[in-house]
Ligand binder design. Structure first.
Ligand code: SDX
Length: 428
């Protein structure tokens, strides 16, 4: 039996359909609201507004639940691999052995990028932030593969575009890192698997035979799984909105990279490390920084804390915190920043300000400590987030395009001057 919401405006009552998701989420469908009433709704920041239905990821902020295509993140982080999770997010099901082999081979064979892309690196200043480089190069892929601007959704052509993007992003990311150090780039070695190849391109030095550390490979694989999708977050919504004009997947993902770069979004993982280092330099007095974060006038926020949706523990943060201890112990790394992070968390979770506002550690709070332990520099942390989020962006884009969703074009309420006549300058 369909449910309705009743809305009474100017003495007239309207019925708006209620839709219920497979996990019991409820929404009032306002698709026809303006036609029916002449009214629109207003929700700056979309805190209460659903932009779409989706079957990709489910999260429950109150319960701290995160499922990719129905599979709990805890099980995927423990038992799956990043490329298998990428297939799951994009195609909707866990792959058979044969399906995975085709998917993985299609990526492994496309890790090289056009040599002319290397020339683009020469145009960046040596201290160019790698996220700025990645946003530019992701969009540039559409110029190297002009077929990608074809808005038709031929499945083979789409799968080729997806394979190219997943294959080339680690190469471009590693080259952005090498470029920022003024080092020569390493070309992909397809004897390695996806994660090993990235680590090889990042850290292999001339003459040395590079052997990826399985502890590092496993840690990175788990981190990328944990970052792979997160329903309609800022960058995924950006990819959907940019993609809704039927621009190429590469350009839509470039928009997502730019959005993720922001300090309130994926850029927070870099900010967390810089915050922990500042606390360490300041003598490790976490209480001082907790008080600063509570002071509205300080302009300081506890980076890596708080979330638009999670009002309980971010399940990813819980997994990464455990992984932190395991990886640092296995690597024999003793990082004082981890102890500072744990003390910060313990103090904040017992402070009324954070408790009342339901501010918990989010995915960015501990991830940087692992990246640092495996040798990834701070300015590459958000690039790591982008590498992880890539399959999620692709899955969200594909769902939006496959569902033939219209171009996104929100309305507004105008609050500026009403009509007035032009006044010549000499009369102003
Ligand atoms: C990600 O959406 C996603 O799913 C994102 C993400 C993903 O996987 O895609 O999970 C990844 O982006 C995680 C978030 C990373 N960002 C940070 O860690 C930056 C620090 N946190 C925030 O700035 C903030 O918590 C947000 C941006 C994450 C959420 O902001 P909201 O939902 O807009 O909430 P808000 O800024 O209005 O804060 C509500 C209140 C405010 O106080 P009041 O005005 O009500 O008195 O909580 C306070 C804020 O001042 N607050 C904080 C705080 N975060 C919120 N106070 C101190 N420290 C913080 N970190």
């Amino acid at each position: 039996m369909s449910k309705f919401a009743e809305l009474t405006l100017d003495g007239k009552t309207y019925q708006l359909p209620v839709i219920v998701g497979t996990e019991g989420e409820h929404a009032i469908d306002i698709t026809k609201l303006r036609d029916m009433t002449g009214y629109i709704t207003l929700d700056t920041g979309y805190k209460n507004t659903g932009s779409t239905t989706s079957a990709v990821t489910f999260l429950d902020g109150e319960q701290g639940i995160l499922h990719y295509r129905g599979y709990p993140i805890e099980q995927l982080a423990e038992k799956s691999t990043f490329l298998e999770v990428a297939y799951l997010l994009i195609h909707g099901e866990l792959p058979t052995k044969e399906q995975f082999e085709v998917f993985e081979r299609g990526i492994r064979r496309r890790t090289l990028v056009n040599e002319d892309m290397r020339k683009i690196f020469d145009g960046f200043p040596v201290n160019a932030h790698p996220m700025g480089v990645m946003a530019a190069l992701a969009s540039a892929l559409a110029t190297f593969y002009p077929g990608a601007i074809d808005p038709n959704l031929d499945p083979d052509a789409i799968n080729l575009r997806i394979a190219r993007l997943i294959a080339k992003m680690p190469t471009l990311a590693a080259w952005a890192y090498k470029n920022s150090n003024g080092h020569p780039v390493n070309y992909p070695q397809n004897k390695f698997n996806y994660i090993e190849n990235f680590l090889y391109m990042m850290f292999s030095l001339p003459v040395e035979e590079y052997t990826p550390d399985p502890v590092v490979v496993d840690a990175l694989d788990k981190l990328l799984i944990l970052h792979a999708d997160h329903e309609q977050n800022c960058s995924a919504s950006t990819v959907r909105l940019v993609g809704s004009s039927q621009v190429s997947l590469y350009s839509a993902v470039s928009g997502g990279i730019s959005s993720l770069w922001g300090p309130l979004h994926g850029g927070a993982n870099q900010e967390v490390l810089e915050m922990l280092e500042a606390i360490h330099q300041d003598g490790g007095n976490v209480d001082k920084f907790i008080e600063k974060a509570k002071d509205k006038n300080s302009g300081f926020r506890l980076m890596g804390f708080g979330h638009r949706v999670y009002k309980n523990f971010d399940p990813r943060a819980k997994i990464i915190k455990v992984a932190c201890d395991n990886v640092l112990n296995k690597l024999g790394v003793n990082d004082p920043l981890l102890e500072i992070a744990k003390k910060l968390e313990e103090r904040a979770l017992n402070d009324p300000y954070f408790v009342e506002k339901k501010l918990y550690p989010n995915v960015d709070f501990y991830s940087g400590i692992i990246y640092k332990a495996i040798g990834i520099p701070t300015n590459m942390f958000t690039v790591m987030f982008a590498l992880g989020r890539l399959p999620g962006w692709i899955a969200q884009w594909l769902e939006m395009r496959t569902d033939k969703q219209p171009i996104g074009r929100p309305r507004q309420i105008y609050t500026g001057h009403t009509k007035r006549d032009y006044v010549p300058m000499e009369q102003r």
